[in-house]
Design a protein around this ligand. Structure first.
Ligand SMILES: Cc1cc2nc3c(=O)[nH]c(=O)nc-3n(C[C@H](O)[C@H](O)[C@H](O)COP(=O)(O)OP(=O)(O)OC[C@H]3O[C@@H](n4cnc5c(N)ncnc54)[C@H](O)[C@@H]3O)c2cc1C
Length: 419
């Protein structure tokens, strides 16, 4: 019998038990019991990546860690903490992270393990901020890996396949403010004709579309790090896109109350309250939904968006909203932006999983063969095909085999990938 559901409620975990060890020793003795095991974060993934037939372990009862280093350019934090827990502590220290995802509700270890990202031409995935991490292997050994060391680039986006990530050291920088503007009804042809200019107009840019219409998108959200507001460039670009500034606060999903969203209309605020679209104290996004996302190399982005646009008639009836974001390249083996600046084409679907799964093969076939599905969202691409899109996958498999020689962390999801 399943013990718990994921955040979206589309998955009941098959795990027989959910454990919350309150010390590292207790975590080690749970691991020592043998049998299949997986780690759970805040359970925001939409697929069975975190599931197991054995014991699911959540690290949220371990004593929290929050330690800023002497140089004040890094912070060591518990893997189980959420970005929304850490952000105010950093802000109180006058410090900041370079990037955040659309929501602050997700655990740091789960976020990093899946290559979760926000948006920004110059901003890497959240995993790219990891400087070091401490992993307890299934055999109970402690391994600390630091950027630059062998294995590190393979161990960050780990799919939970190496062990329990108990703490993570993240790059930090002095705090900064961000202002957020929303523009409505930009012309799609104009966006695609000057795509680099559109995504480069802010520190972080998101293009939202319901694909109810294919001539215009719904909204473009622009988050600009202050004081570099580039107001004139922004206004002139949006004029050329035929877009108008939103008259009030907006939610990405049309018709949903924007109370859950971070402040817009150019009101300056700290990084932690502008980079996410959603506020910690509210339900992010729609709540009842499923998500899919494919990341394509930047050079393939316009063709990929055009392919999705061609399928608008099939996509729109199931869609709550489509979001396009950008991610800077990194060197993390299983990152969806591994060695390529990437563009994420994300779908927030109505909670109709069977219909979504029936449609995904058409989308996956239309996208360029370079598209990498988000590890934590729903996709139907064959595991061998996914694996072939990661040049270092075999190295990752070898790394996982060294950390977990008894394959206790290998669940059906990882088996489908060929691990
Ligand atoms: C409303 C919503 C909005 C989202 N927005 C974004 C977005 O803006 N950008 C984006 O890229 N994604 C987004 N996602 C996807 C989400 O970021 C990922 O699914 C992410 O993995 C969630 O983290 P989690 O802690 O919930 O992970 P879980 O789903 O709990 O776990 C995911 C993976 O991490 C592993 N893991 C978790 N904790 C540990 C640990 N301590 N040690 C080892 N392995 C561990 C698990 O075993 C599993 O393999 C969104 C999801 C939702 C529900």
């Amino acid at each position: 019998m399943g013990i718990e559901r994921n955040w979206a409620g589309n998955l009941t975990y098959r795990a027989s038990r959910l454990e919350h060890p309150s010390s590292i020793d207790e975590l080690r003795s749970l691991l020592a019991q043998g049998g299949p095991v997986r780690l759970s974060g805040s359970r925001h993934s939409f697929n069975d990546l975190a599931d197991t037939d054995g014991v699911l372990i959540a690290l949220d009862a371990l004593p929290p860690v929050f330690e800023v280093n002497e140089a004040r350019d890094a912070v060591r934090v518990s893997g189980a903490l959420r970005y929304g827990d850490v952000a105010p502590l950093l802000q109180a220290e006058g410090l900041a992270l370079a990037n955040l995802a659309s929501l602050p509700h997700i655990s740091i270890a789960g976020t990093v393990a899946t290559g979760t990202h926000g948006s920004g031409d110059a901003l890497g995935s959240l995993a790219s901020a990891v400087r070091a991490l401490t992993i307890i292997t299934p055999a109970g050994e402690t391994r600390t890996l630091t950027r630059g060391e062998d294995d590190f680039a393979g161990a960050v986006v780990s799919l939970g396949a190496l062990g329990a990530v108990v703490d993570v050291t993240l790059d930090v920088e002095p705090t900064y403010d961000v202002a957020q503007h929303v523009f409505e009804h930009p012309d799609w042809d104009a966006i695609l004709a000057q795509f680099d200019e559109v995504t480069g107009v802010g520190t972080s840019v998101s293009i939202f579309s319901t694909w109810q219409r294919t001539d215009i998108a719904d909204q473009i959200w622009v988050k600009q790090r202050l004081p570099e507001a580039h107001e004139a460039a922004r206004e002139s670009l949006f004029e050329r896109l035929g877009a108008e500034a939103a008259a009030g606060k907006r939610h990405p999903i049309l018709g949903v109350d924007p109370v859950a969203c971070t402040e817009q209309q150019g009101e300056a605020g700290p990084w932690s309250q502008r980079l996410p679209h959603f506020r910690l104290e509210f339900t992010p996004s729609a709540g009842a939904e499923i998500q899919s996302e494919y990341l394509v190399p930047r050079a393939d982005a316009v063709a990929a968006i055009q392919a999705v646009r061609q399928l608008a008639g099939q996509i729109a009836p199931l869609l709550l909203v489509n979001e396009i974001r950008t991610v800077r390249a990194d060197d993390l083996w299983l990152s969806s932006s591994y060695e390529t600046d990437a563009v994420g084409i994300h779908f927030t679907w109505k909670p109709e999983e069977a219909a979504v799964r029936a449609l995904l093969p058409a989308i996956e076939a239309a996208l360029p063969p370079t598209a990498r599905p988000h590890w934590g969202k729903v996709f139907t691409l064959d595991g061998a095909e996914v694996r072939s899109r990661y040049p270092r996958f075999d190295d990752f498999a070898a790394l996982a085999a060294r950390f977990d020689p008894e394959r206790r962390l290998v669940n059906p999801y990882l088996e489908r990938l060929g691990l």
